[in-house]
Ligand binder design. Sequence first.
Ligand SMILES: CC(C)(COP(=O)(O)OP(=O)(O)OC[C@H]1O[C@@H](n2cnc3c(N)ncnc32)[C@H](O)[C@@H]1OP(=O)(O)O)[C@@H](O)C(=O)NCCC(=O)NCCS
Length: 204
Amino acid sequence: MGFRVRLANDQHKRRIIRLLDETAAWLRNKDTDQWARPWPDRAARNERIMADIAEGKTWIAWDGDILAGTITSEETANPPLSNEWDDDEPAAYVHRLAVARSHAGRGLGSSLLNWAGLRAATGYGARWIRIDVWNTNLELHKYYLRQGFTFVRHCQDLDYPSGALFQKATHHIAEVGGDLVEDGPAMWSAMPWGPSVPAQWRCC
Ligand SMILES: CC(C)(COP(=O)(O)OP(=O)(O)OC[C@H]1O[C@@H](n2cnc3c(N)ncnc32)[C@H](O)[C@@H]1OP(=O)(O)O)[C@@H](O)C(=O)NCCC(=O)NCCS
């Protein structure tokens, strides 16, 4: 059985926050301080999560009615990373990628990255998929290298914990993979991007 990707809406915010909290708890068994506490604090993190949902940037991969994974993708880089990339070519800036432990080991994270990159390439000509990664989590850096990303640099703000910048050219993405499909009309090139997505495509 495959995964269906749909835009998250207001009704999903608690479930997304729960997944991120469960993921942070799982990370405590890893040799990293990644997500050891919400950054910069719980309230501000939750506000950002809710704002991204409201703006149509956050997507969920569903396995039936189980929330199996999530990704947030946008056209612009957030401060403090706005000026840290080499160019301002169109790109998908992705954040908050997480896969439920019940669905780990099936490549869902990889499929969500490919899907977001291809969707942005088709939707607005994105040449890159870009992600900021926890500075000190070298295991996670290796994960992105295995996905075909290259390390660009660390951002200049050394206090920013997720400042290891990785990118992959979207033309290097051959396929989404992993039996993941997006719900809604299969007309990516005609699909509006972001907040202007019609309401009927937003609910699950
Ligand atoms: C990163 C992630 C989305 C990848 O999903 P996936 O493609 O389905 O891959 P898996 O979950 O099977 O993970 C692949 C490997 O990377 C490891 N890994 C994943 N995230 C890791 C992390 N944050 N720190 C250390 N190792 C990590 C897994 O333990 C696994 O190792 P294994 O092959 O030895 O078992 C998912 O593992 C996840 O939710 N990680 C935690 C949250 C996270 O770090 N998100 C990325 C933020 S930039």
